[in-house]
Design a binder for this molecule. Sequence first.
Ligand code: SF4
Ligand code: SF4
Length: 294
Amino acid sequence: MCRYCVKWGGGTKWYLNPKNYSDEMLKSELTKPKLEDTMAGDLLGIKGTIQEIMTSVQRFRYDIGFGEALDAVFPDLHDEASKAIRGALPDLVDMAVGGQAVPLEDALKIVDLNEGDIFVLPCVCRKYYGGKEKLSCMFLRPAGKGLSESLGPWDKPNKWVSKKEAKEMLKELDKEGTVHAVFWCPAPIPTMICNCEYPICIALRARLNYDVEDTFRKAEYVSEVDPNACDGCDGTPKCTSRCTFGAIKYSPTAGKVSINPFQCWGCGVCRPVCPHNAISLSPREEVAQVKDVW
Ligand code: SF4
Ligand code: SF4
């Protein structure tokens, strides 16, 4: 289990611990960290509580531009100022906001654990980087309530959906191959389920382009392929293109695929396309090679 599960899981995964969805947790001091108390907040000159900042984050696209903000933070890998800011980000992410990949079945459990309906907004990353509007950011409470009350009439489309509708949306997004992720904000409160694509997702960009590890962590799982069940789809493997992280390789000699556990994020989106159910997920903690690789 990851360090978040150890610290906040209460014997299970942190995002499946009902306590982290409770009123008691929402009212606790953990929900009130101030950005100016972090080195990153200090360097960026941002003030306010984490919740205040995140409640308005969806409006960045209309105000200063979410992507422009990222580009300002990461203008150049070798730029001294950006290096200093990046160096301070893990401290901010650890306490405040970050995400972790989850397979569909865990995303569905998160929906069940959330109290009440779910507020769905278009993905700010797709809007900014891809020019596409897609209702794929699913806000849990209290972020959903806070966001719905703060949005202006121009912040459309958005909608509240029932748990049943949210689950159907997740299943459709899974068919499309998006990487599901649960975000905390602040830790350890699960705040939203995102359905991400690289290179459009801002958090995946921060992780894969700039190596800010905790912006997007690997799942609590790793996938494995059963070599007896895999027939390589007769030379045109269906699973390889589903993997955002390049973990699945096809061997023409063997006529099968293999999965590199170091590259696998455990998102699980490769599984449904396999005609022989040859791919399965194992708990990361049970795979010795990568149990500490996040
Ligand atoms: S191989 Fe791993 S990272 Fe790639 S799609 Fe499958 S579960 Fe996700
Ligand atoms: S989709 Fe299944 S059978 Fe086809 S190459 Fe991948 S693991 Fe093998």
